[in-house]
Design a protein around this ligand. Structure first.
Ligand SMILES: [Zn+2]
Ligand SMILES: [Zn+2]
Length: 331
């Protein structure tokens, strides 16, 4: 497996820090949401709207399990999918160990499985492994048999159409679970421009795109792939936009700074984009803060508010925050 230049080695994705204006917008939206659910006595008279968070991690940058639980509840999440890391190894596909723990100290299959079992009303788990380990398929299959609802987060330095990755796609096909991939130029999942060949070869496998390179390429004029968080107005028709439009088995994960940025950088575009791909996009948080109460620190809270703000109808909002994930993960 070819090793790449790791000049964009980082850590988990950056949080988009809110401007003061945005902070006021977000908090007032949250207050509106709260007010609607309260009756005259300040008591909730209906259950909160369910939200599925398709992208969280155990031990994320060392966050303790008890904080993960309260973080998700405070953010208003009713169901969370935990995405495990592969096992820690020193190899080209982990950039000699740099990418172990999804480059953010996240823990693996067994921790996610046990946490989800312990909190089975609120949590599901995925299955993952370093793709080019000889027993990768066996390890992933072990957790699919235990009920994993997704394979991922696949965040490794491998070609997206390598034989190792194709074995994983075949496993997903067999178990009828989606595959979630972190796309980051010259770092994770190489060959984004060729990925359509996999969508064609595995038409019954649902793929979920995530991270910087995935979201940067909604813009038709995105030229410089080394810019991971492009800003400003954009033109529809980028590779990501086309994959979502052309392939029924391609979905998008709005998690992390990159997902948020894809909406906030050009909100006029985003309204159209959310409408156009209303059946293809899914809310995820991927955030590392401990409480889930401070919108300035909590990426997930920011993204929920942005989705609510930019969805043209209530029906679209519900699809993005809940219904699409319920259907896709069959949960
Ligand atoms: Zn993640
Ligand atoms: Zn958060």
């Amino acid at each position: 497996m070819q090793t790449r230049n790791n000049n964009n080695v980082g850590k988990p994705e950056k949080l988009s820090l809110l401007s003061r204006r945005k902070f006021i917008e977000v908090t007032s939206l949250l207050l509106v949401g709260t007010a609607l659910k309260l009756n005259g006595a300040g008591i909730s008279d209906d259950a909160p709207e369910p939200i599925i968070d398709i992208h969280q991690h155990t031990d994320y940058l060392g966050r303790k399990s008890k904080y993960l639980l309260t973080h998700q509840r405070n953010m208003g999440i009713t169901t969370t999918i935990l995405l495990p890391a592969g096992r820690p190894v020193i190899s080209a596909s982990t950039h000699q160990g740099i990418s172990n723990g999804l480059e953010a100290k996240c823990t693996g299959n067994n921790v996610c499985y046990r946490f989800a079992k312990k909190h089975s009303n609120e949590f599901y788990f995925g299955a993952n492994e370093v793709p080019d380990l000889p027993d990768a398929v066996k390890e992933i299959e072990k957790y699919l048999k235990r009920g994993a609802v997704v394979i991922g987060e696949l965040k490794f330095g491998v070609e997206c159409d390598s034989s190792e990755m194709q074995k994983i796609y075949q496993l997903a096909q067999h178990y009828n679970v989606p595959v979630l991939m972190h796309w980051q130029f010259e770092m994770y999942n190489y060959g984004f421009e060729r990925f359509h060949t996999m969508l064609e070869k595995y038409p019954t496998v649902n793929f979920i795109g995530h991270a910087q390179t995935w979201w940067a390429n909604i813009d038709k004029d995105n030229k410089d792939q080394t810019v991971l968080y492009p800003n400003g107005k954009l033109t529809p028709g980028g590779l990501t936009d086309r994959l979502l439009g052309d392939y029924p088995n391609m979905f998008g994960d709005l998690a992390a700074g990159s997902g948020f940025n894809s909406l906030s950088r050009d909100e006029d575009h985003a309204r159209e984009f959310l409408t156009r791909h209303q059946d293809k996009l899914l809310f995820g948080s991927d955030c590392t803060d401990a409480s889930g109460l401070n919108p300035v620190l909590c990426q997930g809270t920011q993204t929920i508010a942005e989705i609510r703000k930019l969805s043209s109808t209530k029906q679209i909002e519900r699809k993005l925050l809940y219904e699409n994930a319920k259907k896709l993960f069959r949960i």
